[in-house]
Design a protein around this ligand. Structure first.
Ligand SMILES: O=P(O)(O)OC[C@H]1O[C@](O)(CO)[C@@H](O)[C@@H]1O
Length: 468
């Protein structure tokens, strides 16, 4: 395996270039150096908690069960459908787009070799009904993923497709079409799986949803679509090594955490993640949940008011140069822009020469699209830097399972280290509970009658003049 070769691994190291963070509205090297001891303590604290957190140990797991499941089912299945939301879907989508590319599902089966993948991560009725109309259920398998085993959106989709399966294949064949991924001990999904005798994959109890891409959550759908999940984990192991460097100024996860933290403290509540690669656009989506749910917290670990967290913004280069970059250039100095640059794309797409007399078009001829997009990324970084807008660049040597796994782990470590710097709990999400409870109340779930009455009273008090 290529990832067993140390020289290859080193060539595939993701580098973090932070030169453009320095400047009038950014940071100074002295500020970074002054905070380095705190960042070093944060690295040590995260390293100390590795076993307790669970996700840092994921690169060491045995992936044979996922590979065996995929090999056993690939031929009888045309479409593998993930029903999940948030951390139980975003990583699956990110892996799929990054490794198999945006057109995978449109390729003929012989070219794909593996089933198509659909991730239905919303209770949008049109999304679910539309998928149902399109699928041949006799050749479809549903992977219902929920850590808690209670999430309303996921359970609704499960019930919806379960009924459709009963009609299409019969109740006694459901086990051939449904596989569950959930907590090994708790939740309704576990109870259902046990009652029905369906195949279930355990989700390590310590690993929270947004840190679960490298568990059964992300690995099963990846294996079902031919992704080299061993290489993915080898990359994560390599990222873990980089993130364990005790010197925060040589450790990309710690340096990233420190820069984000200091930028927030200096009035930059927004972080933009802007990959220059369509294959990485869903990684920006995955990152948004990781960063937002982990670091957006009302109180610190002592219970004192904190109100911290940067708002993540997803952008795509070069596309969003023609949409958002005007704001990044001339708007408030309230952002840290993260670029993802790619050194070697899998394709170069040469640009043919034509219209030699029209300089505005002909200068492109003889270059490649790879050169163009790389020039655009550099040009935008320089322009932003000269406009005083701090930015940093994560440099992917290539997009492959190794660099993707590495990036997942680096960003997870960066999040955990940032949590230490803010002194908040980066591993809970109390803020999402209130909305869930209101939903239960609105749908008339037993036990939520009081909340339902409070919502009704609130509705009574609303003034119709303010609905225009
Ligand atoms: O996997 P589950 O338990 O269905 O949760 C889905 C998502 O919902 C949340 O609990 C809240 O949004 C996320 O943290 C999680 O990733």
């Amino acid at each position: 395996m290529r990832y067993e070769d140390a020289a290859w691994r080193e060539k595939q190291r993701i580098r973090l270039d932070v030169n453009n963070v320095f400047g009038t509205h950014g940071l100074t090297p002295a500020e970074l150096e002054a905070e380095a001891p705190r960042a070093a303590a944060a690295i040590a604290a995260v390293q100390e908690r590795r076993a307790d957190l669970g996700w840092p140990l994921l690169p060491d797991q045995d992936v044979t069960p996922f590979e065996q499941f995929a090999a056993a089912h690939r031929d009888r299945i045309d479409t593998f459908v993930v029903l999940g939301i948030g951390g139980s879907a975003l990583g699956n989508i990110a892996v799929q787009t990054a490794i198999n590319g945006p057109f995978y599902n449109l390729l003929p089966r012989e070219q794909r070799g593996w089933p198509r993948l659909l991730v239905l991560d919303n209770s949008d009725p049109e999304l679910n009904a539309g998928a149902l109309r399109m699928l041949d259920l006799r050749r479809t398998m549903f992977n219902v993923i929920s850590k808690s085993g209670t999430t309303a959106e996921t359970m609704a989709s499960f019930l919806y497709f379960r009924q459709a399966l009963v009609e299409a294949v019969g109740e006694d064949r459901l086990g051939d079409h449904i596989v569950l991924t959930t907590d090994p001990n708790s939740g309704f999904l576990r109870q259902i799986g046990q009652r029905e005798g369906w195949t279930m994959f355990d989700l390590p109890p310590k690993v929270g949803g947004r840190f679960s891409v490298l568990t059964s959550v992300g690995l099963l759908s990846a294996a079902m679509t031919g992704v080299n999940i061993r290489e993915l984990l080898a990359g994560a192991a390599y990222g873990r090594e980089l993130a364990a460097n005790p010197d925060p100024l040589r450790n990309p996860a710690a340096l990233g955490a420190l820069i984000n933290y200091l930028c927030f403290r200096k009035g930059k509540p927004i972080v933009v993640m802007m990959p220059y690669a369509n294959r990485l656009r869903d990684v920006a989506d995955w990152f948004a949940q990781l960063w937002a749910e982990s670091l957006g917290k009302a109180v610190d670990r002592q219970g004192k008011p904190a109100r911290v967290g940067q708002t993540p913004v997803k952008a795509l280069g070069a596309t969003d140069q023609h949409s958002q970059v005007q704001l990044y250039m001339e708007g408030p100095y309230d952002k840290l822009i993260n670029f993802i640059a790619v050194e070697q794309y899998a394709e170069t797409a040469p640009i043919p020469t034509a219209y030699a007399d029209l300089e505005g078009v002909s200068y492109l001829g003889g270059h490649t699209m790879a050169e163009l997009i790389q020039a655009e990324q550099q040009a935008t970084a320089i322009a932003l830097s000269e406009a005083g807008q701090p930015n940093i660049t994560h440099i992917f040597p290539e997009i492959n399972a190794f660099t993707l796994g590495q990036f997942f782990m680096l960003m997870e470590m960066q999040t955990a280290i940032a949590g230490e710097l803010y002194d908040i709990n980066a591993f809970d999400q109390p803020g999402v509970e209130a909305g869930k409870i209101n939903t239960y109340a609105l749908l008339g779930r037993r036990g939520f009658e009081e909340r339902r009455a409070a919502i009704a009273a609130r509705a009574q008090a609303l003034d119709s003049r303010w609905v225009v």
